[in-house]
Ligand binder design. Structure first.
Ligand code: BJW
Length: 267
């Protein structure tokens, strides 16, 4: 009997929450932004970003129509198998991408997150899936980088890592001083995320009062799972994205629009 009452209570809490969600989502962007802004005043905030935040800096998103390079999809190139079978081809793509990123500037979305961190340095964690380094160039620090960094290279023979900002690279594929082929120090499909970064991200999501997911399709795991970790730990989830994502069901507020316009309005 008590289990039945528990279940009924739980059902009523969940359905009330869903109704709140839907009416909030239906309220329109202006009032949702105002409400989301109020929620950002208190507690621990985690910003979780994906390729969409750099779209207005003209860095192609991973899965957008502009992501194609010579008719190759990024998904077919961002694998260890593709690299092993043709390191020169994969490096040609990353050399092209490094050129685009080098020419890009952080946009108002990156700058808004930098400002959020400046206002609340102890209560703010920035977790990104991006490899482009634009958050740091916007002035953010202690960025938790789940998928690595396009400006770092790792030797496939001796494992030595180094920073390399040469654009374009003078030799493809680049070689380590041991003679081994270097690869970008990024996380490809089927590879593990850096352990320390992942643990920091999960801990931040567990402690979060608000998680704001910006410009991610929320398709790639384990990173996408952070939204659920935060939600299940009681955080309020805000999504900033012009398009729907599978994480929308977890959100209290969905702010439809480009990050470069929405994020500055949240401040
Ligand atoms: C805007 C905007 C604007 C546009 N403003 N927004 C089933 C279940 C769970 C896991 C798996 C599974 N099947 C396979 C897996 C594993 C796999 C995975 O998740 N695959 C899925 C595709 C299904 N994951 C992995 O392999 C990970 N490792 C792992 O699981 O290890 C354990 C393991 C080991 C061995 C065997 C099996 C498991 C590693 C994942 C590494 C991902 N790496 C990449 C490439 C990095 C290098 C590079 O960039 O070249 O990381 S993939 C790519 O996707 C990149 C991104 O960081 C990541 C996420 O993409 P993101 O950022 O969300 O970008 P998009 O393009 O997808 O979306 C952009 C969004 O922006 C869109 O929503 C737009 O609407 C929006 N937008 N303009 C705001 N102006």
């Amino acid at each position: 009997m008590s289990a039945l009452i528990d279940n009924l209570l739980w059902y009523s809490i969940v359905s009330n929450f869903r109704q709140n969600c839907l009416s909030r989502i239906g309220e329109g962007v202006d009032s949702s932004i105002e409400a989301a802004r109020r929620s950002l005043r208190a507690g621990q905030i985690v910003a979780f970003t994906g390729a969409g935040i750099s779209a207005e800096s003209r860095v192609p998103t991973f899965r957008g129509a502009d992501g194609l390079w010579r008719n190759y999809s990024p998904e077919s190139l961002a694998t260890a198998e593709a690299f092993t079978s043709d390191p020169h081809l994969v490096w040609e793509w990353y050399d092209w991408l490094r050129g685009l990123i080098h020419a890009a500037q952080p946009n108002p979305g990156h700058l808004a997150l930098t400002e959020l961190q400046r206002r609340n340095p102890k209560g703010f964690t920035l977790v990104t899936q991006n490899i482009d380094g634009l958050h740091e160039r916007a002035g953010s620090h202690d960025v938790v980088k789940l998928h690595g960094d396009i400006w770092r290279l790792r030797c496939t023979t001796c494992g030595r890592e180094e920073r390399n900002e040469q654009v374009p690279m003078d030799h493809l594929p680049p070689l380590c001083r041991c003679g081994g082929i270097q690869r970008p120090a990024i996380v490809w499909f089927g590879e593990m995320l850096p352990e320390a970064e992942w643990e920091r991200a999960v801990e931040a999501a567990r402690q979060a009062n608000v998680l704001i997911a910006v410009g991610t399709s929320a398709l790639v795991y384990p990173a996408a799972g952070l939204v659920k970790v935060a939600r299940q730990s009681g955080a309020l989830v805000v999504i900033v994205n012009p398009d729907p994502t599978p994480a929308d069901d977890l959100a209290e507020w969905i702010l439809r629009g480009p990050a470069g316009e929405i994020l500055p309005r949240l401040l």
